[in-house]
Design a binder for this molecule. Sequence first.
Ligand code: AMP
Length: 631
Amino acid sequence: MALLQISEPGQSAAPHQHKLAVGIDLGTTNSLVATVRSGMSTVLQDEYGHALLPSVVRYLPNGEIAVGHEAQAQQSSDPVNTIVSVKRFMGRSLNDIADRAHIPYRFVEGTDAQSARLLLIQTRAGLKSPVEISAEILKTLKARAEKSLGGELVGAVITVPAYFDDAQRQATKDAARLAGLNVLRLLNEPTAAAVAYGLDNAAEGTYVIYDLGGGTFDVSILKLTKGVFEVLATNGDSALGGDDFDHRIYCWVLDKIRENSSNFTPLGEQDTRLLLTKARQAKEWLTDNFEAQIVCRLSNGTLVDVTLTAPQFVELTQHLVAKTLSPTRKAMRDANLTPGEIKGVVLVGGATRMPHIRHAVQEYFKQEPLTNLDPDKVVALGAAIQANALAGNRSDDDLLLLDVTPLSLGLETMGGLVEKIIPRNSTLPIARAQEFTTFKDGQTAMSIHVLQGERELVSDCRSLARFELRGIPPMAAGAARIRVTFTVDADGLLSVSARETTSNVQANIVVKPSYGLSEEQILAMLQSSFSAAESDKQARALAEAKVEAESLLTAINAALERDGDLLNSIERQEIVSQINALQGLLQAGNSHAIHQATEALNTVTESFAARRMDASVSRALAGKNLDSLEL
Ligand code: AMP
């Protein structure tokens, strides 16, 4: 079986067909799905124009499952079967949930081998794991995306907090799989936010991502070096968020009710939820307004009608703002940084809209934070940009820089040479395609040998995988068009596919490129490539000269056999002696001499080639008149 012959070395990938990929921010309070359309990252809305999908799942009495606003609306009337903030339980055991006093759910510990020790929630639809519940949220987002984009998704990037451990990440992946989503990558939320602001294209520097959501506060310090983000430190408070601000308003309203009524009785669950919702609305209103009116009627008939001003709200909640600064300082200390060394601060999470939060961040870092993207959407927008790149929709020069290949990846070509497809230090993810052709007439199979390393010869590189492309329709040598695509995803997973483009026969393989190679081995391979550069160059020149010579010899021998009668004996003798000379040189190792003899054989056969062409034209025209020819 012949190996690959390169038709056009160095040819880069052709434009890809746009693939539908999304970024998903699977949040504690709200979740979002975004995609890149016409080069712009955009959040996708549901049919009612909602971008945010409340991360709420309700198991209905009729066996149906409601997700989002519909579920949220029933939260107070059916708290046990309406699961909110399920993200807090992902990958957790019952022991991990220290404070369960305020959680209305009935938790059960998993008993079978798979779910042992993991927590389950008793609902009217039976025991549900946080993975299953999260999968409902993801399914809803998937359906929204497919409806809006009009096709099936090739995959999704799902964001997770930077501090999520393996179990939590695995649980997130499992939820996605359960929802029928192909996870292109899990991406740290702060990295996604930085990507949304294009900081990955910025000059090197250290950035702070300050994320205050509904129930959690996370601060991350990211260092950008050559486009690669490294998480230097994370800190936060898993029980601090916008909800606490609502709670402060709620307590303030309760005090007001108490002041105005002589026989105050503690509120029931429904009234509590109602007042908390009103408190939240007031808080959000106060972001852009000076005062908020809170009006509602409690179940005992009491009318609540109070007005809260912005300065009062600041006073009520300033201690919560201060509470976010303490983990921020800790993270800065851990990263050994001072506020002056921070190049930019990104605000994430709906609660960072509150003016006194922005003010406090600005004061501490002595710079205006980045706020021009919607803080609720920024993580999803960044995830979509990443998903778009991972799906291979971006051109090479604006590929997202997140990691690099330690060694070049390539494949074996004629003469035992390695053709590098993805050079060392290429940023991941990356996809490169190159077109090859067959070497022999009627060749129906091709062996593809995937290699890693910097050296020119196959014998000096590390073999990663071999596979075969079979079923190529028999064609003349050089007529088949075999497109070989190397794709390395962001996790370093290499897949290679080969497709004959006229017949569409295809074969592929997935390889882990760096598997089993230690840092020292990588270094050793690099060093040997530097020291062997000159001898490698000669070896390549020799191998290339031999391939060229053999290819010409094969073609001329076939021509002599078929059309030898077009030559007189002197001409034939001249060609044969040149063939013998070239064949003799092939055994020796002088690339220059082989090259010259090949050139000489080419020259001596020039008029033979011209005569063959004339002969084949006359054969084609024989017996035909001018009218029958399609000119
Ligand atoms: P997230 O978890 O990022 O969706 O953030 C949700 C939190 O952001 C909730 O506590 C919301 O009340 C809060 N939030 C959303 N919009 C505003 C706003 N305009 N002003 C203040 N807080 C807001």
